[in-house]
Design a protein around this ligand. Structure first.
Ligand SMILES: [Mg+2]
Length: 265
């Protein structure tokens, strides 16, 4: 893909941190980029793996740094997990190792969530910032006693950035559970294709007209490629030229930052 082929893209799926902002600081091009995409009659969505926050929390976060977003502007790993559960485990009673906000989102979507592990027919692991040992014990027992119990994780991230460094994310807790039970989950978030697929389905856009734009090759770019869409890497976040050179996954296009998209729209 050449830079001029950006004009063929009708749906941009943006990663957030490292792509549109860094921590609490908006990149200088972000507002113009979002405005110009809409001005051309194209669409964008924000795509996040973080299942500990609700879409409402993200709307507030973006508003705090100067972007007015609506709940429908997001595609999240929790939404993709809901879609997956409805498709493959319809009606199942779910034991959710996740935040209250994640459980509330599942319940609002019509899923059957239980606090009683004995009633569980399926285990879902989220990024649980309210994790306690009781939940680890329940999940370990369920996955051990019932080896055929479906086990799904919202996202594979090992760590999540904070003000001081990193904290363990969903993927790290999945490793604890793997050590205890030998079980690994079906993973929904990036780099899996579920979120881009859900976004394209919702917006009615074909894969060749959709691009995932992000600062990580092994999650953002890969999820786009896995979904049959384009994967655009921006060098404004985590990826260094050395990481790019060593990567087996090759982005369709590499840009200095997402602001470069503006001139090729
Ligand atoms: Mg990022």
């Amino acid at each position: 893909m050449e830079k001029r082929d950006v004009s063929k893209i009708d749906l941009f799926l943006f990663d957030l941190d490292g792509t549109l902002y860094l921590g609490e600081v908006l990149f200088p091009f972000t507002k113009e980029l979002l405005r110009e995409i809409r001005a051309r009659g194209k669409k964008y969505l924000y795509m996040t793996n973080n299942s500990s926050k609700s879409v409402g929390d993200y709307v507030k976060k973006l508003s705090r740094i100067g972007i007015e977003a609506a709940p429908e502007d997001f595609v999240t790993s929790s939404q993709a997990t809901i879609r997956y559960l409805k498709q493959y485990h319809e009606g199942a009673t779910l034991y959710v190792c996740g935040t209250r906000s994640l459980k509330a989102e599942f319940a609002e979507a019509g899923l059957d969530v239980t606090e009683d592990a004995d009633k569980a027919e399926c285990v879902v692991m989220g990024y649980d910032t309210e994790l306690d040992y009781k939940k680890l014990l329940d999940v370990s027992r369920l996955l051990t006693e019932r080896p055929d119990m479906p086990y799904i994780a919202t996202n594979p991230d090992l760590i999540c950035p904070t003000e001081f460094g990193y904290v363990p994310d969903c993927g790290s807790v999945c490793i604890m559970i793997k050590n205890a039970t030998g079980r690994l989950p079906v993973v929904i978030g990036k780099p899996e294709p579920m979120m881009p697929l859900l976004a394209m389905e919702r917006e009615g856009i074909e894969p060749e007209r959709c691009a995932v734009v992000g600062d990580r090759i092994y999650t953002d770019v890969k999820s786009g490629l896995n979904a049959g869409a384009k994967g655009i890497l921006v060098m404004s976040g985590e990826t260094t030229p050395e990481i790019l050179a060593a990567s087996e996954t090759k982005p369709d296009l590499v840009l200095r930052d997402a602001g470069e998209i503006i001139e090729y729209l």
